[in-house]
Design a protein around this ligand. Sequence first.
Ligand SMILES: C[S@@+](CC[C@H](N)C(=O)[O-])C[C@H]1O[C@@H](n2cnc3c(N)ncnc32)[C@H](O)[C@@H]1O
Length: 108
Amino acid sequence: LLQKLSITAVGRREKLLNVIKNPVTQYLPVGSRKIGLSYSADKSVKLNDYVAEFSDDEALVFVVGAMAHGKIDSAYTDDQIQISSYPLSAAWCLGKICTALEQKWDIQ
Ligand SMILES: C[S@@+](CC[C@H](N)C(=O)[O-])C[C@H]1O[C@@H](n2cnc3c(N)ncnc32)[C@H](O)[C@@H]1O
């Protein structure tokens, strides 16, 4: 991805991943709630309870770092949350977000 700036599906022209230019906020839904995930966030939450608080009318954007070192830019996030008292992989965080939203929307 970082070498070619995009990843295309095999046999199709569909782009699966794309490197985008800052500011990232221009790609996000207007009025969306931007939630940054960080192991060092002061606010510790149970993700199931946290997502249950939001109205379904509000678009939620989760910001998860995809790097081994460093922190996500919190300048454009509305909230910073810690979802476990252990440092997790980005993939595990994404799984936990999907599971919490599955429970909120009763998807099985
Ligand atoms: C492998 S970690 C990145 C490690 C990086 N040194 C850091 O501390 O952000 C991948 C991402 O998962 C999220 N993450 C990891 N553990 C977390 C936790 N306990 N609570 C909330 N988010 C977490 C953060 O967004 C982090 O950037």
